[in-house]
Design a protein around this ligand. Sequence first.
Ligand code: UT7
Length: 330
Amino acid sequence: MYASLKSIGSYAPSQILTNADLEKMVDTSDEWIEKRTGIKERRIAASDEATSDLGEKAARIAIERAGIEKEEIDLIICATLSPDHLCMPSTACVIAAKLEIHNVMAFDISAACSGFVYMLSLAKAFIESGAKKNILLIGAEKISSVIDYTDRGTCILFGDGAGAAIISATEDKNLAILDVHASSDGRYGDYLITPGCGSKFPCSQETLDNKLNYIKMRGNDVYKIAVKTLTNDVIDILEKNNLDASAIDHFIPHQANFRIIEAVRAKLDFPIEKTVLTVAKYGNTSAASIPMAINDAYEEGRIQKGDLMLLDTFGGGFTWASALVRFGGK
Ligand code: UT7
């Protein structure tokens, strides 16, 4: 049995935060943001919308497009750095309840922006071992809930959204997830971190006064390591699978910064027409970024059954991951 990405879905909240809006909030400019990041706008969830609400909406689309009954789903995994609740229940369990899928294995993973590709690795292993047949993966973020909107180093970058996929068992190798590489280096943990409100600095008035509940980032250091790591990771997965860049139909990188994507794309010689770009309209939606990008390309009619996608991502931890995935949907 092989694991196949059978469907994709996504949800972007309706409220738009533009660069012009941010000019009124912090010392920045539309020109600086666009030149340094490629971002024009990002979506922000409503105050009564939680991460699970975004994830549920994306999941419903993915389930419908997969043409399966929700009762056929035997595992739900959610990747998020902005869960509904700090400790429990997991956002996967909350989404399962909202979808009315009861008595199912469900759990969250924490791999920051690499979450979706990490989940592909898990889904592949669960299906190839014969343990599961239809797995719902959700990358969902209300990242605005952990952003300090007085910090121009982070607030210009991130946005809210969700993407979901159904991974199903198939006997057809031409529709399979071919390979997934996932790795990490915890020595860089404090380069991209939400320091407070965990067990190290439990939530207190002091933690909140010091804004330790928000994302802190050494942006330029992260940038340099991201470019190097993403490039090496792509070279590695292509070499291990005896493929060159021309075999790839769609290069779908994590949408953190257009300059990072461009550096990797140019180094690997992927044509721009084969590169999926959503960073201008959504910013960095962390674990949701890759499935949202796949969904956009799918809805534009760019992705056809059997097409080979190369996914590549990098995030807090540090974590990084790449995957070679044939699109198994309609
Ligand atoms: O998804 C997880 C992975 N995350 C990432 O991949 C993010 C990686 N980092 C980045 O995307 C970039 O580093 C940033 C977009 C965050 C920053 O761009 P940069 O080109 O690395 O800028 P910088 O931090 O080196 O700062 C350059 C200048 C500084 O001013 P001086 O010292 O040259 O006078 C900053 O103070 O730009 C200034 N600056 C800003 N100016 C206007 C920093 N942020 C802003 C801002 N608006 N928002």
